[in-house]
Ligand binder design. Sequence first.
Ligand SMILES: [Fe+2]
Length: 534
Amino acid sequence: MKSKLAIAVTLSGWVLLIFFLFYENLEHGHQMFRYIFQPPYKHELILHMSIIILPFISTAIGFFINERKKLFEIVKGSEEKYRDLYENAPDGYHSIGPDGTILEVNNTWLKMLGYERDEFTGKMKLTDLLTDDGLRTFQDTFSDFKKKGFIENVEYYLKRKDGILLPVLINATAIYDEKGDFLKSRSIVRDISARISYRKKLEHSIEEWRATFDSMPYGVMLIDPIFNIIKANEYIARLSGFTVKDVIGHKCYELIHGSDKPIECCPLLKSSEVSGTETYEYYEARFNKYFMGHLTPILDKEGLPQRYIISLIDITEIKDKEERLIQSRDAFLNMLKDLDVSHRELQKLHEGLIYSFINAIDTKSPWTKGHSVRVTNYALAIAKEMGLKDKEIETLRTAAILHDIGKIGTYDVILDKPGKLTAEEFTLVKMHTVKGEEILMPIRQLQNILPTIRAHHERMDGKGYPDGLKGDEIPFLARIICIADSFDSMTSERPYRPTPGKEYAISELKSCIGTQFDPEVAEAFLRVLENLQV
Ligand SMILES: [Fe+2]
């Protein structure tokens, strides 16, 4: 940028020279240069030479004027820049005099405290902005500051115009006059409200963690690789009889185990092998408690353990419960064994009673001795051939063995009569089906066989007894016993006749299919008889 003054000064020299040459040309024509350099008088020569060098002088002066202006603008720009930086710096700035009067502040400082510049510069003291605590600190430190020449990181609360207290951090240096007397301070004032807020949050967070840490129902310790306790919670302190502060620095095995060396199961002993959480259980005789310990290493960048977190959980109650549970389980198993024995004994008693009934019948009629057992064997063979289920087979077994139990109430003379029975005698014999049901009725466990006992002499054509049931009305197991019973009768000797034989019995069976016997049962029995020695 060229200065107008510089241009004007420069041009003036050159314009004067042009006018001079024009004038000389008008006066002397082609003799102009001779007259200019060889005038009649010496003072004219000086004048002419002065006019000729004047443009060079004016140009030089213009150049210097221009450079001066440029320099001035640079200085001015620089000053504005630094003023702007000063006024709007991220931190506030104030300067106080020997008596604490505020001499100067920057814009940031004003914004921080909400004041206008003319409200207090030179009118207020820094102490007017301080709290009681801050005032004491100021009084304690200001004299030292003036002597020492600086203060570092002093925290104050300054009262803002709206009454809010602003936490600030002040760093200051002192400026002295030529005599070495304190002149003023140069103080940087940093707003640390965000830092204080974070610090409070952090302290609050630490307090919360500490409370959580201490209220844990189990022990937590931070230890170094040589068993020194770095941190521990209230549980550990209580357990060891120390305060939380006092446990720090002790060896963990001293406090927890009361020993002068680590316990045998301590996983830290083999610390080089520990890369993840290790769990161990042990009984602590000092406290008569069982503990479960967890050890977790904190690894550095190289993966080497630098610290260990150990947690100790009291599992005494769990152990006691476990022990009681084992005792209960053993007692229960023993009870089951006893019950099993009792059940087997009862079963034997049950079977024994059934065979006592059979013996009673066999003793009553020697001619039918073994009949019930043989009928049972035939009936079971039919059941297996027909694919009956195990439970049905067991019911059939009991029903078959007891099917003639009602004969206990029939006169011996009728049962063993060598000749043919009269109609009245046969009526008495037929009553054994109903009597059998009556004899067994009081026995709860035999209720399921009663219909079979009652119906084992029913026929498919309805001509059987005692109820004259037909076809499917007859209980299925009774149909099986019926055919087995008839076959055994036909293959056994009687007082009134010799045995008719197997072939005769088979032919009789076949002839009575559909009338006396169930066809499916009869077919199954015939298949059984093909491989059966009678
Ligand atoms: Fe019978």
